[in-house]
Design a protein around this ligand. Structure first.
Ligand SMILES: *Cc1c(COP(=O)(O)O)cnc(C)c1O
Length: 398
């Protein structure tokens, strides 16, 4: 197959919708347009049946029961519901939340908002790989702690947290445990019971489903979790999230969850091999390249590399037909060094030099080889212009 440009290597930002997912969604965008809450006619029943099926498909991916799944507009909303909903519901018990500096903004900002109100938040630092230890969590918990929110896998560097052990700490200390599993779901196995997870966020568009739909898993048994709902208006989704369901989106999320679950083992093996080929290829061709994030406890698809003496933004300009992310910016709207790398203790210079490569279902070995060549060439050219690089080379020779 011929290589087609541009190449997409930014699957942690979003993924292309799988054609199989689109196919099952289509009828719900056209002839089966019913409102899943319409109880009195077949249009509603048809939509409701499709939503039921999707609920089961999503639940299967994480070892949950269908009734535990609350559909939302995506992981940002799920995180807001979990964090603000738990804080408001548990207000009488306490007002302390434990989370980490490496979380996605969709966890950090709701926690900040609560901090501005009357909550106390402990921001764990993790280690140099961005990994939070169960001990660190245990030490932070007080008798006022109502929620622990620690992501399963980091979106910037791919580091995996020891979720099962953190869940055990939460269970032992009698504190709710929420995990943002948006990057982990479908990439690594997740079992909400074995991992003692009470609340879990995921999003369709990170698993080759459509944008604008996701869910929050809310434990209903042993012991049940209660949240204060954030969107009132009709009592949909067990009263936790009102609003007419995005039926085609929900159907797409269900199909995406089923496919990603079935193909997880194969894809994990394939992507790990491609990712390691990419990393090795680049590191064999260039000096002064470092890997950010944990070398072993890491998502199969993610490689975040810092190229010393090169600006990440400049590098991205040079490899224009390859879509990647620069770790120097936490979002495209800001140029400050990304909060994740900063929290990990990466220097500002190395953070500015970092590029996140995130592979996915559509990535081929041809693409990987092309990216290796282009990156080596571009970094070489940029370093030719760098006096600091010259100096470093001279020092290395001495
Ligand atoms: C993408 C992402 C989100 C946001 O998900 P949306 O569905 O786009 O709102 C939250 N957390 C993590 C870790 C993510 O990667």
């Amino acid at each position: 197959m011929a290589l087609s440009l541009p190449i997409y290597m930014d699957h942690n930002a979003t993924t292309p919708i799988d054609p199989r997912v689109l196919e099952v969604m289509m009828p719900y965008l056209t002839e089966h347009f019913g409102n899943a809450a319409s109880r009195n006619h077949s249009f509603g029943w048809k939509a409701d049946a499709a939503v039921d099926k999707a609920r089961q498909q999503v639940a299967n991916l994480i070892g949950a029961l269908p009734k535990d799944i609350v559909f939302t507009s995506g992981a940002t909303e799920s995180n807001n519901l979990a964090i603000k909903g738990a804080a408001q519901m548990c207000r009488r018990k306490g007002n302390h939340i434990v989370t980490s500096l490496m979380e996605h903004k969709a966890v950090i900002d709701p926690c900040r908002r609560l901090e501005e109100a009357d909550c106390q938040v402990t921001w764990l630092k993790g280690d140099g790989y961005g990994r939070v230890s169960p001990k660190e969590v245990d030490r932070a918990v007080t008798d006022k702690t109502i929620l622990i929110s620690i992501m399963a896998a980091n979106n910037e560097v791919g580091t995996l947290n020891p979720i099962a052990q953190i869940g055990k700490v939460a269970r032992r200390r009698g504190v709710l445990f929420h995990t943002d599993a948006t990057q982990a779901a479908g990439r690594i196995p997740i079992d909400i019971d074995a991992m003692c997870i009470d609340l879990l966020s995921l999003s369709a568009h990170k698993i080759c489903g459509p944008k604008g739909v996701g869910c929050l898993y809310v434990r209903r048994r042993g012991p049940p979790v209660h949240l204060t709902c954030q969107i009132d208006g009709g009592g949909h989704e067990r009263g936790m999230r009102s609003g007419t369901l995005n039926v085609p989106g929900v159907v797409g999320l269900g199909a995406a969850a089923e496919i990603v679950g079935c193909e997880m083992t194969d894809q994990a093996g394939r992507l790990t091999a491609l990712r390691d080929r990419l990393t090795r290829g680049i590191m064999d061709g260039l000096d002064f390249v470092t890997l950010n994030g944990h070398p072993a406890h890491r998502l199969p698809n993610t490689a975040n590399l810092s190229f010393a003496y090169v600006e990440g933004e400049a590098l991205m300009m040079k490899i224009k037909d390859i879509a990647v992310s620069s770790g120097s910016a936490c979002t495209s709207t800001s140029l400050e060094p990304g909060h994740v790398l900063r929290a990990m203790g990466v220097s500002d210079a190395m953070a500015q030099s970092s590029i996140r490569f995130s592979l996915g279902r559509t990535t081929t070995s041809q693409e990987v080889d092309y990216v290796i060549d282009q990156v080596i060439k571009a970094v070489g050219e940029l370093r030719e212009l760098s006096p600091l690089y010259e100096l470093a080379m001279e020092q290395a020779r001495e």
